[in-house]
Design a protein around this ligand. Sequence first.
Ligand code: TXA
Ligand code: MG
Length: 347
Amino acid sequence: MHTEFVSVDSVHPDIRILAQAADVLRRGGLVAFPTETVYGLGANGLDPHAVAGIFAAKGRPADNPLILHIADCREVAKLARHVPANARVLMETYWPGPLTLVLERTKAVPDAVTGGLDTVAIRLPDSVVARELIQLAGVPLAAPSANTSGRPSPTTAQDVLADLDGKIDMVIDAGSCDIGVESTVVDCTTPVPTLLRPGGITLEMLLETLGEVEVDPGIGSEDVIPRSPGMKYTHYAPAAPLILLEGEYPAKTAVLGEQIRKAQAEGKRVGAIVAAETVLSAGVVATVYGSRNHPEEVAANLYNALRFFDNQPVDVIFAEGTDEIGLGLAVMNRLRKAAGYHIIRCE
Ligand code: TXA
Ligand code: MG
């Protein structure tokens, strides 16, 4: 299959180009498109055959359900059987934006989308390109992140092509995504809403809005099976083994230095993903994710930093952990999974 590459402005997109993409979607095709979080791989969310194409292109396990993307709040009534008061408050506060709500589904939602669950995940993105595209397609778009399953999510159209060139019909390029980590997933079917995946809307923001939020124990650990099916898979991982350093400064940078010296003494080629403030010894292939004090900067650069090592011959990568404040919670969730929970605690 030839993958068509088109570019639009992220704020004032050419509607004729988006109309072409919407045609491809209506005919059952696959179109990767930008959102404010990461690039999504879109298909007509009401067409089981089109949705099956997403799973095939990504190599995604069929039991991992997809998010339906809408451009108008009124669409929720067609897809969800019931919208609890908490969910309504979240929609009013954070839509359009990087928040996905899990609700009881209607029969309009195909099994292919939900992996057979009786709930559906719905999101109204902020990206103008995404919303115009959904509007023009006239159907909700099922869209996971537009990467090969298990790889870091794409934050540019070039990242999408690196994984999916020849496997999808079209990529819409609109530059890099603002937020850089996926949307927050909140289950609104529980009496107190439950955070299933940390993301663009922070836990602090949810607590401020709702007063009370459960946090799924599966988020932080390898030993608990998460309630969000997708969270149980190894994810976001570069090719070389990744080791995550967690803890306080200055212990964290001291241990990082020791680990690097030890690996180099064993003849290993060492890579590192670090904060701008961290000074490294010679011979390390390093990429900087931003300042220790700016989690939003770290989130925006995180997947790029993981993908950087696609083309770097290294034997091991050390990643410096961040504080779990604001977007730092999502960053650490992704880093722990990328490391396959191979973590060194620094004290
Ligand atoms: O920011 C995002 O959310 C991006 C952009 C493209 O919108 N999309 C995205 O989709 O990250 P994906 O498929 O990579 O992740 C969706 C997550 C998975 O962890 C999946 O298991 C969970 O949402 N999910 C989907 N439907 C669910 C449901 N009914 N119940 C619980 N979790 C669900
Ligand atoms: Mg994904």
